[in-house]
Structure formats: structure tokens, C-alpha cells
Write a protein that binds this ligand. Structure first.
Ligand code: ARG
Length: 658
């Protein structure tokens, strides 16, 4: 049973005779932060003031008179201007908690209106290093998939792998000109990555050199703008206008500074290549590399035999590489239709756009102009190449045709927000029906200094190294000799390795999920694996302590569940913990309202903290009597189950001892 939902029903029934929209008013019910106000508080009386033309306190009195909750609550209290405070009855809580302990779904009801949801996440661009943003998409996406599934929805996960982009033109170019055959035979992935980086560097060099005059001109212009702004400021005498002019000067100064920085970093790039003689010679020997790479990509897309064969040769290596990450993180997908999968359908998309009168030629390219946006959506370039947007339109159509979902969710970083807004608008115009289309953006992962986080480079793929680092950090934090010496019987080496892996991988996922999806966050391995604070290690450790109590009681979760002990409520810490446990379903609902796994993280952290107070205040093994002992063991068991299930929804494991 979901407490909040049940109370809302009761409120709705009580409000039916009072207002024209009882369900709306009944929604204004929240768990309280302070037990002084009871366990739940409704503030539905205040907004009804106008409709009913009465003071809210009086309205609250009428609501309370009609409200039937005496089976679950003490008599409601009216506070302040008209808040209605509800305190749940201890007996009722105890009964619910006992039922929850034995319920495989832990008291979480199955969704009343199950939906079919297509969930698109991860989507790395293979053949180039997978970056930390793709981990974020992977971790957030798979948590949302698990949450939706647990709530009873049908979820179809689809990994829109970037396997058809310009990076293949680069790798093909590299393969044709710079391949080290021996290296490729022994370490194909590392060699492909080297080729990608090399070609990318050379292109970057030429682009930098070519853009120097333009960048210098930009400096001249920014300098002139600044001079104009300064002169305007000097000419102002009126106080208000002067302030405004000063602001313009400050803005112009900033603009000049960032233009300078840009020029400086371009110069540095050029200098770095020039300092590396062999690289510089290579750059001079390949002056047309940027254009040729585009041609190689275009040839691949046109079905050129040689390029297609190369693509088929290298793709499996690239996919194996990302699969390694998925295996380590225990991530799977129902489908992995990459961009290449849609290639044959793109011509059809163009035909549809033209038939619907949506696409217009512009400078040789084909564009969809949307009044909502300044820049059009380009669907075919001058050279005939299709774009990311074209593929996404084909993807939308395919998903609708194949799976007829109620909802399609796409998880990528926030920079793609406008792209998806456009795709969704055009998709609707092409008749994709009343499916809910949502882009779920997330913020940037930053390093300790606040810059976008970069994985350490080298021959291995950055992300594998990152996971290794996390496992090492977990080992240092959790398996240090002083700490583990206290664990009896001693941990075996195998156990220590498992613990480090579970804690290390868990830390990476938890840190990604703990932050509000849309915020940026700073990546700090040390903080992430700490046993204190809002970390997965803290929760995993609480779980292990619960298992240790059960084993000292010579019992196991299963034995407690199979037994007939009832949960009793005595101490306040016991009561607070039990209420938190009964709110699991509410946390899931709330997190699915806007697809925010951090709600579950906060919930689990709260449960672990409530458990810690319970543990301090309520002796378990030394309880006064048998009934209390059994009740407390049952509470420990229920808490352990909630933490394990909650972490599982986030893709995080537990260990019985650590
Ligand atoms: N490959 C894309 C990227 O790295 C993400 C794909 C997201 N899904 C989609 N349907 N466009 O940014």
C-alpha cells in the first residue's frame, strides 16, 4: 500500500462535496519534515478560499469533518492558517510494515495504467574514445529503465550507437595512409584509436592554421568594439545611462578576453604540432586531409566497396570495446540499432519531407525551416550527405512502426536539447501520432577545477582506465588493512576483490545518479568511494552491517521472512525508520514523475540515516524481550531488502560483508 496515494483518495472523497476539482486539491499532500506536524500534511484548504468564499481554517474544518481516515490516522489536527496534519497510527504502521516485509514487491503497487516506453540511452560514438558523458547517459538511462520496469511498465531499451559518422571517415583515412599492420594484428583497438587521434590531430592542425586570419580579424573587431564602448561610456553624463554603458564596457572586455584566449589556444595547438617534427611533416604531406576524410565518409555512405569492407572489418572491434564497458557495468539493451541501421531509410525520410512540403532547398542543402527556431534543421547537405537529424527522423518513424510506444525517452547531454526539440516538432508534422516524446538532458561532468572532465588518455580506452581507478580507490578506502582487521572471520583475497569491484563500480554509478540529472557535478573518486556521506559505499556498508546482525542472531533474511514475527513500533527512531520504509513506492513514483533517479538516491540515503539512528537507539540483539528482538530483526531485514532493491534499481550491487 502506498500511504500518500491512499490518503489522497481519502481526501479526494472528502473534498468531493466541497469543490469542483477534488482530485486536484487532494494532490496538495506531502510527507512532513518535522514530526511536530504529524507524518503527512495537506494544505488543500488555502487555495480553496476564493472558490468557497470562506476563511481557510473554516474550510479545513469542513474537510476534516468529512475526512474518513480513522482506520489509519489519529484524529487530524488543524494548524496555522488551515494546514491539516495527519499522524499515522502506530498499530496501522506496524501492520503495514509486517505486510511489506513479506511482500516480494516491498509494498510497491503495480502501475494502474502501464505504458509502453522506448528508452534510448548510452549511444556512444564508436571508433573514438567513449567519453564520460556517455557513461552518464548509460547509467541514468538504465536506472530509468529499471525503475519503469519495477513500476510495471513495458520498457524497450534501444542503444542508438553512433556507428556511421565522420569518425569512420577518419579511421578509413588513417587505415589507408598510416596503418601499422603489426600493431593492428596484435592490438587492433589501440591501433584504431591511434589512427583516429592522429587523423583528428592533423585535421585540427589544418583547421587551426586556416582559421588564424579569421581569428585575428575577430580580435581586431573585438578591440574596436571595446574602444567604441569605452568612448560611449566617457560621453555619458547621466548616472543611469553611465551605469548601463559601464556594463557594455565590461561585456566588451569579456568578449575581447575570450577571443584572445581562443586565438591563444589555436596558436598553442599549431605550435605543438610544429614542435613535433614527424607530425608536422605528416601534416604538410596531407594538406587536403579534412576534405578527403569527408569524401571517405561520403563514399562509405554511398556504398563504396572498399570503404564498406573496411567499415565491416573495424566495426566489430569498436563494438567489442564498448561491450567490455557494458559487461563491467552490467548494462544490457533489448536492441542496439545504431545509426547505420537507418541508412537505407534516409532517402524515404527526404521524400516524405518533400511530399509534406516541409523541406526547402537552401544554398544547395535541403532544410526544414521552423518558425520556433532561428537556425533551420538541415536534413541533407550540399554534398548529398544526410545528417544526425535525418537519422533521428527515420529512427522515430521506425520505433513508432515497430513498437507503437506510448512514450519515447532519449537520454543525452543538454547540448542536444534543441536538436531534439526540432526532431520532435518535425516528427509530429510527419504524423508520428500522439506519442509522448521527451528528451531527458543531463549536465556536464566536471573535474576538480570545474572544467569538463577528461579521462586520462593513453593506449587503453579512457573509460576502462576510469573504472580501474575507481576499483583501486575503493580498495584503498574499504579494504585497508586496519579496517579489515576488525572483520571476523577475515576476508579472503577473493572477497576483497569482489568488494572493491562492487564498491568501485557502484561509486561511479551512484555519483552520476546522486546529482540532479540536469546539474553539472564535480568528479572526485576519493569522495565517491568514501564510507561517510551520501555515497553508495555508505549504503552498501549499512547493508553489510544488517547482514552481520542477522548472522550474529544466527538468522538470515529468508528465515525472518518465513517466520511469523510481527513488526512492533515502540521507540521514535523505530517509528521514523518504518515510515521511511513504507515510502519506497512514493519515492519511485516521484522519481518517475520527471525521470530523476536522484530522488531514489536521496530516499536510500534517508533510509540508511534513519537506520543508523534506529541502530543507535534500539538495541537489537540485546532487546528487552523476545517479541522486541524478533520485531527488530524483522525491521533490520525489511531495511536490508529495501536498500538492496533500491540499489538494484540504480544498477548497484551489494556484498554481504565489507
Ligand atoms: N551518439 C549520440 C551522441 O554521442 C547520442 C545518440 C542519442 N540518441 C539519438 N537517438 N540521437 O551524442
Amino acid at each position: 500500500m502506498q500511504i500518500q496515494q491512499e490518503l489522497k483518495h481519502r481526501f479526494s472523497a472528502a473534498l468531493a462535496g466541497l469543490t469542483s476539482s477534488p482530485d486536484e486539491a487532494a494532490k496538495l499532500l506531502r510527507p512532513t519534515q518535522d514530526p511536530k506536524f504529524g507524518d503527512y500534511q495537506s494544505n488543500c484548504a488555502m487555495p480553496l478560499k476564493n472558490e468557497l468564499g470562506k476563511p481557510p481554517r473554516e474550510i479545513a474544518e469542513s474537510i476534516v469533518a468529512a475526512l474518513q481516515v480513522d482506520d489509519l490516522c489519529d484524529p487530524p489536527e488543524i494548524a496555522g492558517p488551515g494546514f491539516i496534519n495527519l499522524r499515522l497510527k502506530d498499530d496501522w504502521l506496524a501492520q503495514q510494515a509486517t505486510a511489506m516485509l513479506r511482500d516480494p514487491r516491498l509494498g510497491v503497487p503495480v502501475a494502474a495504467n502501464p505504458r509502453t516506453v522506448v528508452l534510448d540511452y548510452s549511444g556512444p560514438n564508436v571508433a573514438k574514445p567513449m567519453h564520460v558523458g556517455h557513461i552518464r547517459s548509460t547509467v541514468i538511462g538504465s536506472a530509468i529503465a529499471e525503475l519503469l520496469r519495477f513500476a510495471g511498465h513495458t520498457v524497450i531499451t534501444d542503444n542508438h550507437v553512433g556507428d556511421w559518422g565522420t569518425q569512420f571517415g577518419m579511421v578509413i583515412y588513417g587505415y589507408k595512409h598510416f596503418l601499422d599492420r603489426e600493431a593492428f594484428a596484435s592490438q587492433p583497438v589501440a591501433e584504431l584509436l591511434r589512427l583516429y587521434r592522429l587523423v583528428n590531430n592533423l585535421i585540427d592542425y589544418h583547421n587551426s592554421v586556416a582559421s588564424l586570419p579569421q581569428r585575428s580579424a575577430a580580435i581586431e573587431k573585438a578591440t574596436a568594439d571595446l574602444a567604441t564602448a569605452v568612448a560611449a561610456e566617457a560621453a555619458e553624463t547621466e548616472k543611469k545611462a553611465k551605469k548601463k554603458a559601464q556594463k557594455n564596457v565590461a561585456a566588451a572586455e569579456r568578449k575581447l578576453q575570450s577571443t584572445r584566449d581562443d586565438l591563444e589556444s589555436t596558436r598553442q595547438k599549431i605550435a605543438a604540432v610544429e614542435a613535433d617534427k614527424p607530425l608536422h611533416d605528416l601534416a604538410l604531406a596531407h594538406p587536403e586531409i579534412a576534405a578527403t576524410v569527408l569524401q571517405e565518409t561520403a563514399k562509405l555512405h554511398e556504398g563504396d566497396k572498399e570503404n564498406l569492407a573496411l567499415w565491416h572489418e573495424v566495426l566489430p572491434y569498436c563494438r567489442d570495446e564498448i561491450d567490455k564497458i557494458y559487461t563491467r557495468l552490467d548494462i544490457s539493451f533489448d536492441h542496439q540499432h545504431g545509426e547505420s541501421f537507418y541508412h537505407e531509410m534516409l532517402g524515404g525520410v527526404i521524400e516524405q519531407l518533400e511530399a509534406a512540403g516541409l523541406a526547402q532547398p537552401s544554398d544547395g542543402a535541403l532544410c526544414v525551416f521552423l518558425p520556433e527556431f532561428e537556425a533551420p534543421m538541415i536534413v541533407r547537405k550540399k554534398d548529398g550527405a544526410y545528417l544526425y537529424a535525418t537519422t533521428d527522423l527515420a529512427t522515430l518513424e521506425y520505433r513508432m512502426r515497430e513498437w507503437s510506444p506510448d512514450e519515447i525517452l532519449i537520454v543525452t547531454d543538454h547540448r542536444q536539447a534543441e536538436h531534439f526539440e526540432k526532431v520532435f516538432i518535425v516528427g509530429r508534422k510527419l504524423g508520428c501520432g500522439d506519442v509522448q516524446l521527451k528528451h531527458l538532458p543531463f549536465g556536464t561532468v566536471l573535474d576538480e577545477s570545474g572544467k569538463p572532465f577528461k579521462t586520462r588518455s593513453g593506449s587503453t580506452v579512457g573509460l576502462e582506465a576510469l573504472l580501474d581507478d575507481a576499483v583501486d580507490a575503493a580498495f584503498a578506502a574499504v579494504c585497508d588493512p586496519d579496517r579489515v582487521a576488525k572483520i571476523d572471520p577475515p576476508l579472503s583475497d577473493d572477497e576483497k576483490q569482489t568488494i572493491s569491484r562492487v564498491v568501485g563500480h557502484g561509486a561511479i554509478k551512484y555519483a552520476d545518479l546522486a546529482h540532479n540529472r540536469t546539474s553539472d557535478y564535480k568528479f572526485s573518486l576519493e569522495k565517491m568511494v568514501s564510507l561517510d556521506g551520501n555515497t553508495s559505499a555508505y549504503i552498501q556498508y549499512s547493508y553489510a552491517r544488517m547482514q552481520s546482525i542477522l548472522s550474529r542472531a544466527e538468522s538470515s533474511e529468508q528465515q525472518v521472512i518465513d517466520g511469523d514475527s510481527a513488526i512492533l513500533i515502540g521507540a521514535p527512531a523505530e517509528r521514523a525508520l518504518v515510515i521511511r520504509l513504507l515510502q519506497f513506492g512514493e519515492a519511485i513514483d516521484q522519481s518517475l514523475e520527471d525521470y530523476r533517479p536522484n530522488v531514489i538516491v536521496d530516499y536510500l540515503y534517508d533510509v540508511a540515516k534513519a537506520y543508523s539512528s534506529f541502530y543507535e537507539q534500539c538495541p537489537v540483539l540485546k532487546a528487552d524481550d523476545d517479541a522486541t528482538l524478533h520485531s527488530r530483526l524483522a525491521i533490520v531485514t525489511a531495511t536490508a531488502r529495501i536498500l538492496r532493491q533500491g540499489l538494484k534499481l540504480l544498477g548497484i550491487d551489494v556484498v554481504p560483508r565489507m
